[in-house]
Design a protein around this ligand. Structure first.
Ligand SMILES: C[S@@+](CC[C@H](N)C(=O)[O-])C[C@H]1O[C@@H](n2cnc3c(N)ncnc32)[C@H](O)[C@@H]1O
Length: 389
């Protein structure tokens, strides 16, 4: 018999829980910075919303091998707080940047829901301009109505979709969220469990729902089912078919073995969202967009040893040799085309600086004053024939 979702055995705070929370917590701060600036620019109400679609109970029963992340602003009765407090804490940190923030917590299990409500009612330190609402029900049935009843796509909204298993990851709901312009999501994609049940008759319907097609098996046929990466690649390809436009994955592995447990799948319609999440994910976990302590290829230090990976300067010369391009566009294209390279904006800036020093590019400084390299600055590769702005 499977354990019920409120069984304490399911509520143990582990290293992978912390690794997941690290990404969530670290992303919410720059997300708030950027999206509140966007609200001001777009002259719309300065509001943001976070929907914790599988909110849990805000309180783990025990921990094993990991202490929870620190809350900077909140005091909560939970010894091991969950994603709801983390979200409220990180938004509280940014309370001066928005007029209002709405947090919506969805939880299907009645016992967990009651524990969540009670725990949050006894949690203090939450900024006054952050409202909270709670829904006891299934994410896939409720989320779109909830979004509509809270005025729909009126403001930037971030969805954290964190089920225990994969049954509730309804493709139609996820792509409906993902195709909405101001919406972004972060999904826990349970690749290990899915991989285990790919051949099981009892799970075919659930898998049809996740992939939004009955033909997934033949589509994945080309992949080796023992390899988890193709599974998540297929999933993200499927998501991008109907929205969001861009996805990005982060791998979470067991701390003591090389086994992948799940991927965090991020979806956005905005290049800036992708860029920000890449930078956050690049600084989380053990390195190379993963939490995988036992896998040297995901070790930040080793990956940066000289001689490993494609040199950034060479990539830029090969890719943009025929162009004159703004720095902003160069970073956007490079981040897209080298999704899983370790390079972030500052690495591209350094590489351009090096190319300038070697006389291989000229820079017409438009955004920057003297020696900087910023958004609208034009990078002129000497072979340039075409402009990309
Ligand atoms: C992995 S836990 C959530 C943990 C929480 N996000 C955190 O980080 O602290 C998944 C939760 O989803 C709830 N749940 C299960 N099926 C659901 C559904 N269809 N809709 C919403 N919640 C569901 C479970 O009761 C459980 O509390």
């Amino acid at each position: 018999m499977p354990l019920s979702d409120h069984n304490d055995k399911k509520w143990v705070y582990r290293p992978h829980t912390k690794a997941k929370h690290e990404v969530l917590g670290k992303y919410l701060m720059p997300w708030t910075n950027k999206l509140t600036s966007y609200n001001l620019q777009a002259e719309q109400e300065n509001k943001v919303r976070v929907v914790d679609c599988f909110a849990g109970r805000g309180s783990y029963a025990d921990s094993e091998g990991a202490d929870p992340l620190d809350l900077e602003h909140l005091q909560t009765p939970a010894e091991y707080p969950g994603s709801p407090q983390l979200i409220l804490d990180r938004l509280t940190d940014r309370k001066n940047q928005f007029d209002t923030a709405e947090c919506v917590f969805i939880e299907a299990d009645k016992t967990n829901y009651n524990i969540l409500k009670e725990t949050l009612e006894n949690t203090t330190g939450i900024a006054e301009n952050i409202s909270r609402s709670y829904f006891n029900g299934k994410f896939q049935n409720a989320v779109l109505d909830i979004v509509e009843s809270t005025q729909g796509d009126d403001c930037p909204t971030f969805f954290f979709i964190d089920p225990f298993g994969f049954r509730s990851l309804d493709y139609n709901v996820v792509t409906e969220i993902g195709s909405t312009p101001q919406f972004e999501f972060l999904i826990t994609f349970m690749s290990r469990d899915m991989n285990r049940f790919l051949q099981s008759d009892d799970h075919q319907e659930a898998l049809n729902t996740v992939f939004g097609t009955n033909n997934w098996a033949s589509a994945i046929e080309a992949y080796d089912p023992k390899n988890w990466i193709p599974l998540v690649e297929y999933y993200t390809d499927r998501l991008e078919e109907n929205g969001p436009q861009k996805t990005f994955e982060y791998m979470i592995s067991e701390p003591e073995t090389t086994q992948t447990i799940y991927y965090l799948v991020f979806g956005t319609n905005h290049p800036n969202g992708l860029k920000t999440m890449r930078e956050v994910m690049n600084h989380c976990g053990t390195g190379e967009f993963a939490y995988a302590p036992k896998q040297p290829e995901y070790d930040r230090e080793q990956a940066r040893l000289p001689g490993t990976g494609e040199p950034t300067e060479q990539f830029l010369l090969d890719r943009f040799g025929e162009y004159i391009i703004t720095f902003k566009k160069l970073v956007e294209i490079s981040s897209n085309e080298r999704k899983y390279s370790d390079d972030t904006e500052s690495a591209y800036r350094e590489a351009i600086r090096e190319l300038e020093r070697r006389g291989e590019v000229d820079i017409q400084r438009i955004s920057s004053k003297e020696t900087g390299i910023q958004g609208e600055d034009l990078i002129d590769f000497h072979e340039s024939k075409e402009f990309i702005g």
